[in-house]
Design a protein around this ligand. Structure first.
Ligand code: NAD
Length: 263
């Protein structure tokens, strides 16, 4: 694409939205053309700081949106639903990092991939993408070892365990030819059930995001850990995914596809 990518951000005044806007200011190949926030939020109607167009204001609805190539979403289920409707109505590609999505919305997103290009990831960090691969390999090479996943985040995170912790559990379960529904345990009171995958959650302070997978065998333990110290890594991954997704046909795409395209 020769002109800059026309990008809209859903959840633009949130922690991730702000990180995205910071990156976009330095990206000559993408232009922020629309910035959506929650109705009634303090930013609603205010000018978007540093936007290429001085007239761009935060808004809470999609009806006035200009032509858009990709919507990047880091918001919540209700906001994602509205962004998805706009994507479907106008054939716009969607990159979404929103976690804690309910089953109904997840099914709608999967269905929408028949009409538009969609890329969702519970974690846009390249390090977590590699951690997931390593965990798959370890879980399959050590099929009888107990597996526990511990995650830590700041106290304002709404969903628990994190989408990333669940995605790690799913990857490990699939590597052991089972599904996460079967072995998942969120409450570790009482004895450990053989073959279960346990999740533990820490919330506090300003922790950006930490994930640890522990494979515990008799007399030894393997630990795989990822620590995010700056949320710009997620924004960078999502922006990279947006540039990549703009050229793709409709379908359900994954971060691994983007990484493969970068090699
Ligand atoms: P936040 O609470 O700081 O921001 C949420 C944003 O969504 C705000 O701008 C808010 O105004 C907006 N919003 C909420 N309801 C809305 C509505 N109905 N309509 C329009 N906008 C609405 O949250 P955050 O830390 O930026 O995280 C947002 C989401 O991204 C969460 O689900 C979080 O778990 C996820 N996340 C994903 C990754 C990843 O790499 N995939 C990384 C960090 C966070």
């Amino acid at each position: 694409m020769t002109r800059p990518l026309r990008l809209a951000v859903n959840g633009a005044s949130g922690r991730m939205g702000r990180a995205l806007l910071d990156l976009l200011r330095a990206d000559d190949d993408a232009e922020l053309v629309y910035a959506v926030v929650r109705q009634g939020s303090v930013d609603d109607g205010q000018p978007v700081p540093g936007a290429a167009s001085s007239t761009l204001r935060y808004t809470h609805e999609w009806t006035q949106a200009p032509p858009i190539d990709v919507i990047v979403d880091f918001s919540g289920s209700a906001a994602l639903r509205q962004a998805l409707d706009h994507c479907l109505a106008h054939g716009i590609a969607l990159v979404s990092g929103t976690t804690g999505v309910d089953d109904h919305l997840a099914a709608r997103l999967a269905d929408a991939a028949g009409k538009i290009a969609i890329l969702r990831a519970a974690n846009f960090s390249m390090g977590v993408a590699v951690l997931t691969r390593l965990l798959r390999e370890a879980a399959s090479a050590l099929p009888t070892w107990d597996l526990e996943i511990v995650e830590a985040h700041h106290g304002r995170k709404r969903d628990a365990p994190s989408g990333t912790a669940l995605a790690l559990g799913q990857a490990a379960a699939a590597a052991r030819h089972t599904t996460l529904e079967t072995p998942t345990v969120f409450d570790r009171s009482g004895e450990r059930v053989e073959g279960s995958i346990g999740f533990a959650v820490v919330r506090g302070g300003d922790i950006v995001g930490e994930h640890q997978a522990m494979l515990i065998g008799p007399g030894e333990r393997l630990e795989l850990v990822h620590r995010a110290t700056d949320r710009s890594i997620f924004a960078r991954g999502a922006l990279r995914a947006a540039h990549w997704l703009a050229g793709q046909p409709p379908g359900e795409w994954h971060l691994d596809d983007v990484i493969a395209g970068l090699r």
